[in-house]
Design a binder for this molecule. Structure first.
Ligand SMILES: *Cc1c(COP(=O)(O)O)cnc(C)c1O
Length: 397
């Protein structure tokens, strides 16, 4: 496989394993097991399986291997382990890399389930966790210690789109020998350069942009061959977080079109952010691709784009936000992101509902906040939809 290919070529041809039939489209090996020609072969395979030798689908499967190789090529990682969901990936990366007595530092602005692992699960096993304001490098510097084994952040946070300086935080972490794990969902695999910027491990929820059409759950952990095969794989294959071959096949086909989709969705997000900024029904528009974003320069340097999601705050709180959502005719009310369909989410009442009020306030998750994941509809139709729904929001103030 040619590592010199450009991204779009990798996304179409990377990782292909053709069967004896020379099929055009990648084969779906919907099998949990594999047959050995002889007892000796079974013995040899259990002793050491080669890269294209399979034993059991919880360990690996040819369709899953195609997905792993393709996404690893795109990310510029040596290897990847595919997981049942984004949370299986985050959980696997964290649990496999730390042990009792270790210290972990993480940014506070996180997806709810990531926060649950850090606040509720890791401490149960004797891991101490310190949470910091991820945009504040002073706080990272003050929090890392000689026993800090791992640093975790979402490189762009949900839902307030705060950008973490991967290079700077990695340098702080590496000074004490800590491993850097970046949950890169909001940055998207298209704009990510996290590994060359210093991250040791990158995780994705493949449920988001990689599928991109709202069909399946999946996740992936990317890193060096040594860490993926030496540390991550033993943990994942014995704890059962494997990606199903069927989902791997859906995700593999998703990768073929991901570049086109994510770039189109990002262009739409930028267009909507520009149109909505300053709208009288809104008190705030948050989009890292707008010069008004406090980390615009960092987002440009790190990603070269603002991503597929924007957030905005509707003046008038819950009533106005709900009037807006209920008036939408194209955008759907849901909680996924990266989908072909535009999705509007009120985080304070859905994904972040259980967060204590003071923490919501500290993170800027106000009652009027809407997270908008831009889809593949015509941007002019989306702009018209937003405008008419914002009128409904203004009418109820
Ligand atoms: C969605 C998401 C996850 C979890 O992914 P699942 O596939 O739903 O398990 C983790 N981190 C971030 C930032 C996400 O957006």
């Amino acid at each position: 496989m040619n590592q010199d290919w450009n991204s779009r070529t990798k996304l179409v041809h990377g990782g292909i394993r053709r069967s004896q039939y020379n099929e055009m489209s990648e084969a779906l090996f919907l099998t949990q097991g594999f047959v050995y020609d002889t007892a000796e072969q079974a013995e040899a395979r259990f002793l050491k399986a080669g890269p294209d030798e399979f034993i059991y689908a919880r360990y690996g499967n040819p369709t899953v291997a195609m997905f792993e190789e393709r996404i690893a090529m795109l990310e510029g990682a040596e290897d990847a382990f595919a997981c049942a969901s984004g949370m299986a990936a985050v959980q696997g990366a964290l649990m496999a890399l730390v042990k009792a007595g270790d210290h972990v530092v993480a940014s506070r602005a996180l997806f709810g389930s990531c926060l649950f692992i850090l606040e509720n699960i890791l401490p149960k096993f004797g891991v101490e966790v310190t949470l910091v304001d991820g945009a504040n490098l002073e706080q990272w510097r003050a929090a890392v210690r000689s026993d800090t084994r791992l640093v975790f952040f979402e490189s762009m946070s949900n839902p307030t789109l705060e950008v973490i300086d991967i290079e700077a935080v990695s340098e702080i972490a590496h000074r004490v020998g800590a491993v850097v794990v970046s949950d890169n969902v909001f940055s998207t695999p298209i704009y990510s350069n996290a590994i060359s910027q210093g991250a040791d491990i990158v995780t994705y929820s493949a449920t988001k942009h990689i599928d991109g059409q709202g069909r399946v759950l999946g996740g992936v952990i990317l890193g060096t061959r040594e860490v993926i095969r030496g540390t991550i794989e033993p943990f994942m294959k014995h704890t059962g977080g494997a990606l199903s071959p069927f989902n791997a096949w859906v995700l593999l086909k998703g990768l073929e079109t991901m570049d086109l989709r994510v770039r189109a969705q990002t262009a739409t997000a930028l267009e909507l952010a520009r149109v909505l900024e300053g709208h009288p029904a809104l008190s705030r528009v948050i989009y890292p691709g707008l010069p008004s974003h406090p980390q615009y320069e960092l987002a440009q340097r790190q990603l070269g784009a603002g991503g597929t999601v924007l957030s905005f705050e509707i003046a008038g709180g819950r009533a106005a936000a709900f009037a807006f959502l209920n008036a939408l005719k194209i955008a759907t009310i849901s909680n996924n992101l990266g989908d072909a369909k535009t999705i509007a989410t009120p985080p304070a009442f859905t994904t972040h509902q259980r967060l204590p009020e003071d923490q919501k306030a500290a993170l800027g998750i106000t009652p009027g906040l809407i997270r908008l994941s831009c889809g593949l509809e015509d941007p002019a139709d989306l702009i018209a939809d937003m405008k008419q729904a914002l009128e409904a929001a203004q009418a109820c103030r």
